[in-house]
Design a protein around this ligand. Structure first.
Ligand SMILES: *Cc1c(COP(=O)(O)O)cnc(C)c1O
Length: 398
């Protein structure tokens, strides 16, 4: 166990001022929620915006709406390497997880395998994911999916504020979701957003969310406590403390389809006052750090190009699991915040065994070899130099 300066792998710091705005919103009815919703509609130029209790709740609602008009199709095509919340939301919506292997050079779908899966005739929708903020090729997926009448869900959970080819991420699919969870591009401790320009889908989602309960008193107070604790403990001078308490499960990835699905509470909406400026500031801070890492010539899994500014964590593909173990161990000892992402490919999630059978050797490779380097504002240039030194050393240590 390390006591002393420790960087979190991801952080979207909340200020005391923002927390006070949240508390004020908590006592002011729906005003903050309406403001945030209107601002999102304007920023994204989208007619239908819905605020949910989490990104996975947003995805479960989207899938339930698609299911209504899905003519008996029951499979959701997802990348075999993604956040475990994605298959959890599929199961929650009463649908079948259909993983498709990825291309380790882009972290996007393996297009040949995608075509095979689409041709099966059971796919309701396909989920395009901007992992770590790296833009997925949503256009290409749309072209393939449209031939089979399959809808495209854009999982922009990690990509709020991101752009690709001059277009905003979150506006490229038939419907999109963002997460406002901890460590995402913009965070309100917990929360999710749905965006769509599709009138029919918008109406179906509206009917579903209209029947959902709003987060109440207990949810609001819980979120406030989390916000206060995070505001203090996410600082590098104190982050060793929550990290040293194993029962908090910091950094653990679990598959948990039993999550709550509610409409977002007013406290979280209040935290977003001035979110456009904050998003821009956070992007600038991350870009400055990502540019340093890019110049160092690290082995990245995908061409970064214009996507550098979208990254919320910097992905590096190492040679093997042995090298990664070495690097993570050294980084932990020095408190530098290098971290793994998802522990295994989706078909290997124990609770999905047999239910989502699919050969996904590339997703497995990436799950075992990928490491992410933190880019948040607490990371100093000195930390990046130390991390770069460790990565270089890890090749020699193999
Ligand atoms: C975080 C995340 C989600 C789920 O969002 P929560 O707000 O944590 O429920 C979904 N997809 C991806 C890719 C994510 O990173």
């Amino acid at each position: 166990m390390r006591i002393g300066r420790t960087l979190p792998p991801a952080a979207t710091p909340l200020s005391l001022r923002e927390i006070l705005c949240g508390v004020r919103a908590f006592f002011s009815g729906d005003k903050a929620l309406e403001r945030f919703e209107e601002e999102l509609k304007r920023y994204y130029d989208m007619p239908h915006v819905f605020l949910l209790s989490s990104g996975k709740a947003a995805l479960a609602v989207i899938l339930s709406a698609l299911k209504e008009t899905g003519a008996g199709r029951d499979e959701v095509l997802i990348p075999a390497y993604t956040c475990y919340s994605v298959p959890a939301a599929v199961v929650r919506a009463g649908l079948k997880v259909r993983p498709c292997d990825i291309d380790p050079r882009t972290l996007d779908f393996d297009w040949a395998k995608l075509e095979e899966a689409l041709a099966g005739g059971r796919v309701l929708c396909a989920v395009s994911t901007h992992l770590f903020g790296l833009p997925a090729d949503v256009e290409r997926l749309r072209r393939a999916a449209s031939r089979y009448g399959v809808a495209v869900v854009e999982d922009a959970a990690q990509a709020m504020g991101g752009e690709a080819g001059g277009r905003k991420l979150g506006t490229l699919g038939d419907v999109a979701l963002f997460s406002l969870g901890r460590g995402k591009a913009l965070s309100t401790v917990s929360g999710g957003i749905i965006l769509t320009g599709d009138a029919r889908l918008g109406a179906a989602i509206g009917r579903i969310t209209g029947a959902l309960p709003r987060e109440g008193w207990i949810d609001g107070v819980t979120a406030l406590c989390y916000a206060l604790v995070l505001c203090v403990l996410v600082r590098p001078g104190l982050f060793w403390l929550p990290k040293a308490l194993p029962f908090l499960g910091i950094g653990d990835t679990t598959f948990e389809p039993g999550f709550g699905i509610k409409r977002l509470g007013a406290f979280q909406a209040g935290l977003t006052l001035g979110w456009q400026d904050k998003l821009a500031r956070m992007r600038a801070a991350r870009l400055e750090r990502a540019a340093v890492l890019e110049r160092a010539g690290l082995e990245v899994p995908a061409p970064l190009g214009g996507a550098l500014a979208n990254l919320i964590r910097f992905p590096v593909l190492l040679e093997d699991g042995e090298q990664r173990r070495w690097l993570i161990e050294k980084s932990e000892a020095a408190g530098l915040g290098a971290a793994t992402a998802y522990p295994d490919a989706v078909p290997n999630i124990p609770q999905l065994r047999g239910m989502a059978a699919c050969a996904a050797p590339c997703a497995e490779q990436v799950a075992h070899r990928l490491v992410t380097i933190p880019l948040h504002p607490y990371v100093r240039m000195r930390d990046l130099e130390d991390l770069l030194g460790l990565v270089r050393e890890s090749y020699r240590a193999r």
